[in-house]
Design a protein around this ligand. Structure first.
Ligand code: PGA
Length: 256
């Protein structure tokens, strides 16, 4: 199966609602239907629903950056899948390294969230990645295996095309340089083989993104890397020219 390329922008805690709507409207006018890639904006909650309205009628999509696994109840500060779905949100980033590190999210919490997202008919963008100390200790594959097997526990029977995995080495996020082509292709090969063990041959149908300092200068090279089906961009997704250039480069590669 040919995987449709994906370019997702994780805005993190950036842009007000007005700034976000104006940004997305400009991109909508620039990329129109010319793009091969599935483009997903992941703004903060305050901008989420206005951005769904702003992209109406286009091929663009919207994802949340987080969700809680319960449907409703006494969970102050949280938002459920049931609240996102009717508003037109299609994706949710789960397990981002900042959620793991700063907010203490464990593999088992991440697993519950992924179950809730899939159960509610949304698509998780499931982030995994090793820390620098893991890489230095040659533990990259072990860490990825634990994160994938715990995060996706109990989901072997799910349609693999309904899950997106993003490999984001923690040391490459917001860094001066992305991981190298060799590092990415090696990690993606490991991830694909771990997924194949869980979903059998269908592991190949799970879109596998790379994230970590992707920008307009390295996108053309990185998209050619074996096993890379698109990008999850942070910093570069906040700038109109950079993000459009990444989308175009990914599209051009797939159009060839
Ligand atoms: P970055 O962030 O592109 O700014 O490195 C990527 C991410 O955290 O998803």
């Amino acid at each position: 199966m040919n995987i449709h390329p994906i370019v997702a922008g994780n805005w993190k805690m950036h842009k007000t609602r007005n700034e976000g709507v104006s940004f997305v409207s400009k991109i909508k006018n620039r990329v129109l239907d010319k793009v091969e890639a599935r483009v997903i904006f992941c703004p903060p909650f305050t901008a989420l629903f206005s951005i769904v309205e702003a992209i109406e009628g286009s091929s663009l999509s919207v994802g949340a950056q987080n969700v809680y696994f319960e449907a409703q109840g006494a969970f102050t500060g949280e938002i459920s899948v049931e609240m996102l779905k009717p508003e037109g949100v299609e994706y949710v980033i789960i397990g981002h390294s900042e959620r793991r590190r700063i907010f203490g999210e464990s593999d088992s919490l991440i697993n519950k969230k992924i179950h809730a997202v899939l159960g509610g008919g949304l698509i998780p963008i499931f982030c995994i990645g090793e820390k620098l100390e893991d890489r230095k200790a040659n533990r990259t594959t072990d860490v990825l295996k634990i994160q994938i097997e715990s995060g996706l526990e109990g989901l072997g029977a799910v349609d693999p095309t309904k899950i997106i995995v993003a490999y984001e080495p923690v040391w490459a996020i917001g860094a001066s340089e992305a991981a190298s082509v060799e590092q990415i292709s090696e990690a993606h090969a490991s991830v694909k083989s771990i997924l194949a063990g869980m979903f059998r041959d269908d592991g190949n149908d799970v879109p596998l993104l790379y994230g970590g300092s992707v920008n307009e200068k390295n996108a053309a090279e990185l998209i050619q890397t074996k096993g890379v089906d698109g990008f999850l961009a942070g910093g570069a997704s906040l700038n109109e020219d950079s993000f459009c250039s990444i989308i175009e480069q990914v599209s051009n590669f797939y159009k060839r």
